[in-house]
Design a protein around this ligand. Structure first.
Ligand SMILES: [Zn+2]
Length: 201
């Protein structure tokens, strides 16, 4: 299956969709923003260079089996994706409109954690899918289920997913991925499973 994973930030793919990415035999990953507005930074100034985050993302996705030429960085404004939904949808159409994408996978209608950029990434993906269907392409949109109750349940190699996350050095401390994000919220996606449901919104 030709799968297109669409996320807002560097590290979203590894943290939230990592098992599904690792399982895909034909994955493409779009990272919509440059990640410049990160609030977790071991340097301590609250900001990390977008270039540094790009390198971390390349390394992290590579650990999930996605080579660099299947990773797409669109450098939209971190924190401002809600204002760029149609711009992102247009870019998706330009890049992948004729690529024969069969499944599009996102962090969900609620962004999994409610982050406006995560929600915007899903909205742009949904718009892209609607356009594909209108032009006769069959595509299914799968949304990560924040209630962990999606029909499609994906697990994988926990050490592989952890290693991919740990590649985001600016967001973690060594092997301690607990500093990354909200532990209670994200741990089930690592120690248990990612679950997805088809989405039409
Ligand atoms: Zn994010």
């Amino acid at each position: 299956m030709k799968d297109l994973f669409i996320v807002a930030h560097p590290d979203d793919a590894e943290a939230m969709l990592g098992y599904a990415i690792a399982e895909s035999t034909d994955p493409y990953v779009v990272v919509a923003t440059d990640g410049k507005a990160s609030t977790v930074d071991e340097v301590g100034d609250g900001f990390v260079a977008a270039g540094k985050r790009r390198l971390e993302s390349i390394a992290g996705l590579s650990k999930l089996g996605v080579p660099e030429d299947r990773q797409f960085y669109l450098d939209l404004t971190d924190g401002g994706l809600a204002q760029a939904v149609s711009e992102l949808a247009t870019k998706l159409q330009e890049l992948f409109g004729d690529a024969g994408i069969q499944r599009v996978i996102t962090t969900g209608e609620d962004g999994y954690d409610g982050h406006p950029d995560h929600i915007a990434a899903h909205m742009a993906a949904a718009s892209f899918c609607t356009g594909l269907r209108k032009s006769g392409h069959e595509v299914t949109l799968f949304a990560l289920a924040s209630d962990h109750g999606g029909e499609v349940r994906v697990t994988g190699d926990q050490s592989q997913k952890t290693a991919a996350l740990a590649a985001h050095v600016s967001q973690t401390v060594g092997d301690d991925i607990t500093r990354w994000g909200n532990v209670d919220l994200y741990t089930p996606l690592i120690v248990d499973a990612e679950t997805y449901r088809p989405s039409y919104k």
